[in-house]
Design a protein around this ligand. Structure first.
Ligand code: BGC
Length: 414
C-alpha cells in the first residue's frame, strides 16, 4: 500500500474508533427569578446553548437564596444533586467538606483564572487548594437607592451621614412619602442591619463583629447604637412591609411610592430592566460611612455521573469566567465583573463607582465580606445573628436587650 493510502485508511480507522464527544448538559439550580435577575441568567443560558449545551433550569424563587438552599439540601440528601448550583461564601467549603463538590481545577488552570481574578475572590473559590467554584460577579451590598424626582420634589440630597438620612426620612414621612421601601424577610432585615453596622462601627468594627465574632465588639455600646438606628429604620417603613419581596420594594422606589431602598446592586438590575436611567430616574450612593461590603455570586459543580453532565459542568465553568459572559451578564445583573480585565466602558456610573470604591477599599483594608449574603460566616453563625436582628426589628425589644441576645446567640452558635 502506498504511504498516502495507508495514512488515509488509518485516519478513517481512527475517526471510527474515536469516542463520540459527550453533549454537554447541565441542570442549574439558582434563585434568579426577579425581572433583572431572570434577564441576567438568560444570558448564561443562551451562551451555554450557543456552545452546544442543553440547559435544564431549576429556579427556586426567594431573594437571598434561603429557599434555594433548602431545595439543594433535599436534592443532595436524595442522592440526586443538580450539576451546577448558585452557591457562595463559606457554604462552598461546607459542601466540599461533605464530599459532594467536583474539583474544577482543570478548567480553572486551562483558562488561567488565577491571572484574571483578584486574590480575595479566588480564595472564596478554593477548597483545600482546589478550585471548587466559578465566580460570576461582585455585588456591592452597602448602597442606598433613591427616586430622583421624589428627592428633588422634597428638597432632599442623597444623605452622607446617618443623621442626614434620618432627617431626610423624617421630612419625607411628614410629606406623606414612605421613606424606606423594605420587605420584612429575615435576609432583607439582615441586609439593612449590616449596612447600618458598617456605617456606624466602621470597617474595623464590622470586621471584628461579623468576621471575627469578637465578643467585646458584639456586646459594645457601639452595637447598641446600631440597634437604635434599626429601631429608627423600623419607623420609616410602611405597614405592609411584612413578607414583601425585595423587588417589590424596589418597584415602590421606581414608582415614587417610597423614596429610598437599602439593598445590594441587584436592585439596579431591576431599575435597568424597567428601563430606568441611573442619575436621571434613580440615584445610587454608597450608604453613609466607609468600607465596601462585597457579595460574590458563584457556581459550584456537584459530583454527578455521566460524561454529558461532566462536559456540561466544564463548559459552564469555562463560560462563566469567560470575558464575554462577565461583561454581558453583569450589565444586566447590576454587579461588576469578577475578572479584573473586563473594560467597564459600557457600564453605567453606579458600576464605575462600585469598581473604584472596591479598589480603594481593597487598598486600605476596608473591603469586607457581607455577612447577610453568606460571604463572611458559616451558616449557623450567620443564622444566629439574623434571628436576633429580625426578632428586634419585629418587636419593641430594647437595643440593650438585642445586644445581649446577640452576644449570647453568637457564643452558642460556635
Ligand atoms: C444574591 C444576588 C441576588 C439577591 C436577591 C443575593 O444574595 O447574591 O445575586 O440577586 O440575593 O435574590
Amino acid at each position: 500500500m502506498k504511504l498516502s493510502a495507508l495514512a488515509a485508511s488509518s485516519a478513517v480507522l481512527f475517526a471510527l474508533a474515536a469516542p463520540v464527544a459527550a453533549e454537554p448538559q447541565a441542570e442549574v439550580l439558582h434563585w434568579w427569578t426577579s425581572g433583572g435577575e431572570a434577564k441576567a441568567v438568560g444570558v448564561l443560558q443562551e451562551e451555554f446553548s450557543a456552545n452546544g449545551g442543553t440547559w435544564t433550569d431549576m429556579p427556586v424563587a426567594g431573594g437571598g437564596g434561603d429557599a434555594a438552599m433548602t431545595a439543594l439540601r433535599a436534592r443532595v440528601l436524595s442522592g440526586n444533586a443538580p450539576a451546577a448550583v448558585q452557591l457562595k461564601g463559606p457554604a462552598i467549603q461546607e459542601w466540599y467538606e461533605e464530599g459532594v463538590l467536583a474539583d474544577i481545577s482543570s478548567v480553572a488552570e486551562a483558562e488561567g483564572w488565577a491571572d484574571v481574578l483578584p486574590a480575595s475572590i479566588a480564595e472564596h473559590m478554593k477548597c483545600e487548594g482546589h478550585w471548587c467554584a466559578a465566580p460570576v460577579n461582585v455585588h456591592r451590598v452597602d448602597w442606598i437607592w433613591a427616586n430622583a424626582e421624589v428627592l428633588a420634589a422634597n428638597g432632599i440630597e442623597m444623605p452622607t451621614t446617618w443623621d442626614e438620612f434620618n432627617a431626610a426620612a423624617d421630612k419625607l414621612k411628614e410629606a406623606g412619602v414612605i421613606p424606606l421601601a423594605h420587605g420584612g424577610q429575615a435576609w432583607q432585615d439582615a441586609t439593612v442591619f449590616e449596612v447600618v453596622a458598617l456605617g456606624l462601627l466602621g470597617p474595623d468594627g464590622f470586621k471584628k463583629a461579623f468576621v471575627d465574632l469578637d465578643a467585646d465588639t458584639l456586646n459594645s455600646p457601639e452595637m447598641v447604637a446600631v440597634f437604635d438606628q434599626m429601631r429608627k429604620m423600623r419607623g420609616y417603613v410602611d405597614e405592609n412591609f411584612p413578607g414583601r419581596d425585595w423587588n417589590l420594594a424596589t418597584a415602590m422606589v421606581m414608582n415614587g411610592e417610597a423614596a429610598f431602598q437599602i439593598m445590594g446592586d441587584w436592585a439596579k438590575g431591576e431599575f435597568l430592566a424597567a428601563g430606568k436611567v441611573p442619575g436621571e430616574d434613580f440615584l445610587c450612593e454608597s450608604a453613609p460611612g466607609d468600607g465596601y461590603l462585597y457579595n460574590v455570586d458563584s457556581f459550584a459543580m456537584f459530583e454527578v455521573d455521566g460524561d454529558d453532565k461532566k462536559a456540561g459542568q466544564e463548559l459552564l465553568a469555562k463560560l462563566i469566567v469567560g470575558p464575554n459572559f462577565q461583561k454581558v451578564f453583569n450589565l444586566n445583573k447590576g454587579s461588576i465583573p469578577a475578572r479584573t480585565d473586563v473594560a467597564l466602558d459600557e457600564f453605567d456610573s453606579c458600576a464605575k463607582k462600585s469598581s473604584e470604591a472596591m479598589a480603594a477599599a481593597s487598598e486600605n483594608g476596608a473591603l469586607l465580606p457581607s455577612y447577610a449574603h453568606g460571604m463572611a460566616l458559616r451558616g449557623a453563625q450567620a443564622g444566629a445573628i439574623t434571628d436576633v436582628v429580625t426578632a428586634h426589628f419585629n418587636s419593641d425589644m430594647s437595643s440593650e436587650d438585642a445586644v445581649k441576645m446577640l452576644a449570647e446567640a453568637v457564643a452558642n452558635s460556635m
